[in-house]
Design a protein around this ligand. Structure first.
Ligand code: ZN
Length: 69
């Protein structure tokens, strides 16, 4: 719970957006870009382990702000 104050984690409400979203491995801090969240876990090639979706940290990018017309 406390970590949620500092890091924005992937949640079931997370959307990748048109240009994808950068997520950071909580274990080795390597950044990957994903274009959808229709997965439950992704294998981190850097630290060679499966990371649960909800453990990835969201790197805010241009999709962090929602632009609605
Ligand atoms: Zn990793």
């Amino acid at each position: 719970m406390i970590l949620d104050l500092f890091y924005k984690r992937v949640s079931r409400y997370t959307r990748a957006g048109y240009s994808g979203k950068e997520i950071e491995c909580p274990s080795c801090n390597s950044v990957s870009r994903v274009y959808h969240f229709a997965w439950s876990a992704i294998w981190c090639k850097k630290c060679d382990q499966g990371i649960n979706k909800y453990d990835w940290i969201i790197k805010e990018n241009e999709d962090g702000k929602t632009n609605r017309t």
